[in-house]
Design a protein around this ligand. Structure first.
Ligand code: ADP
Length: 402
């Protein structure tokens, strides 16, 4: 089952997007409805609200007095956090229950205004953000029957689009016509959501064109942080560290648009143990690769074993390396990245090498020539990197989590 979140500020168009996805066949779970359910009359959630905020939060017939509660939490951030501490976990648990009851090949869409932090985003395979200019949202909300002051207060109480965007995998701008949004949602469904669901069900990674280097994209960093949160959630207690590695992690460097991520685990047994959970989270195990190529100076093959995963999301190419801590391949990945960041000459040399290989093998359709050139370089590259590590006293710094 593919778990998709649709998020955005009030009046951005979340419900509109969700309804369109439902038309395409998604099972939509509306969090507003769940939010009402978890504080319904007689619910443990309502009891918790009364315990925290007092009996004045109840109407004469014992239901939640929404206006009274709203008056308290809108002006008091601590109170709002306390309320969210009561409702959010219950909404999530109820969502999990409903999702578990859906068919295995379903796309379950959760319309979720409360998606405000990475750990929540990490529970979904794909997060779709919907954004629109705040004034436009106010006008649309007024048209929907809300009082202007109420619309403005609600918008002001939520996180803004700049804060929300890094939590999302796809961003839909909804400043234009409703038809245009519907078309883009339909395309998103057929080109990304549905293939993602099918690939996930089959346990297959998304097919890729041979990547071409593109200019460095600053979004690579936020994308990596978000995807690493997903990886970390899937790997749970086996997570030792989570890193964005490879050329996309080097500011300014052109690179193939494939994010390379490294999950560090304690040993090879852990790398195998986390495999199924990573596959379920959309990072599919690649059965044909189980080792880095040993360097001549450290040729014990057992020390180079690792596991690889690739993303089933056709819209975001990811290679996930799962390596035991302190192995030579693990150190190489971190040290090479850090040297490229720190050392201008090495970055130039890296670019020159990439260009030379591309030119020399321009007529080579499957890229085997570049792979062979890289392999030959790799054998000779250990020593210069070891010297750099020695000279600079390099050690792995903090990982890429924020
Ligand atoms: P949300 O669920 O994020 O609060 P809605 O999907 O309910 O937002 O949209 C808010 C209001 O704006 C609704 O009345 C909806 O019909 C309308 N709306 C959404 N998108 C557009 C658009 N592109 N053009 C005009 N009206 C829109």
């Amino acid at each position: 089952m593919l778990r998709v979140a649709v998020t955005g500020g009030i009046g951005s168009g979340k419900s509109t997007v969700s309804a369109r996805l439902a038309r395409q066949g998604a099972v939509v779970v509306d969090s507003d409805r769940l939010a009402r359910e978890v504080v319904a009359v007689g619910s443990p959630g309502l009891a918790a609200v009364v315990q925290r905020f007092g009996p004045s939060m109840l109407t004469s017939d014992g239901a939640l007095d929404r206006a009274a509660l709203a008056a308290v939490v809108f002006s008091d951030p601590d109170a709002r956090r306390a309320l969210e501490g009561i409702t959010h976990p219950r909404v999530r648990a109820r969502f999990d229950e409903l999702a578990a009851a859906a068919p295995v090949d379903a796309v379950v869409v959760n319309d979720i205004p409360l998606l405000v932090a990475l750990p929540v985003a990490a529970g979904f395979h794909l997060v779709i953000g919907v954004g629109a200019d705040a004034e436009l949202r106010v006008r649309r909300l007024i048209a929907r029957g809300l009082a202007e002051a109420d619309a403005r207060a609600r918008i002001a109480a939520q996180i803004d689009d700049d804060t929300r965007r890094p939590l999302t995998d796809v961003w839909l701008d909804n400043d234009g016509a409703a038809d245009d949004l519907a078309d883009r949602v339909d395309r998103l469904w057929s080109e990304r959501v549905q293939p993602f669901e099918e690939l996930l069900l089959r346990g297959a990674a998304a097919p890729r064109d041979r990547p071409e280097p593109v200019a460095h994209d600053p979004r690579w960093t936020t994308d990596a942080v978000r995807l690493l949160a997903r990886v970390g959630r899937a790997a749970g207690d086996d997570t030792v560290r989570l890193d964005h590695i490879g050329a996309t992690a080097v500011p300014g460097l052109p690179a193939d648009d494939v994010l390379e991520l490294q999950l560090t685990v304690s040993d090879l047994a852990a790398a195998e143990r986390v495999g199924p959970a990573l596959t379920r989270a959309g990072f599919v195990a690649m059965p044909n690769r189980d080792t880095d190529t040993p360097h001549p100076a450290d040729a014990d093959p057992a020390r180079w074993r690792a596991r690889w995963h690739a993303n089933a999301d056709p819209g975001r190419a990811v290679d996930l390396h799962v390596r035991p801590a302190d192995g030579p391949g693990w150190r190489w990945a971190l040290a090479m990245r850090d040297r490229l960041i720190a050392d201008d000459a090495e970055r130039e040399a890296h670019l020159a090498r990439q260009r030379r290989w591309a030119a020399e093998h321009a007529d080579d359709p499957d890229g085997a020539g570049v792979d062979a050139a890289r392999e030959a370089w790799w054998g000779a590259a250990a020593e210069p990197l070891a010297r750099w590590v020695e000279r600079t006293g390099w050690r792995p710094g903090p990982d890429s989590r924020v």
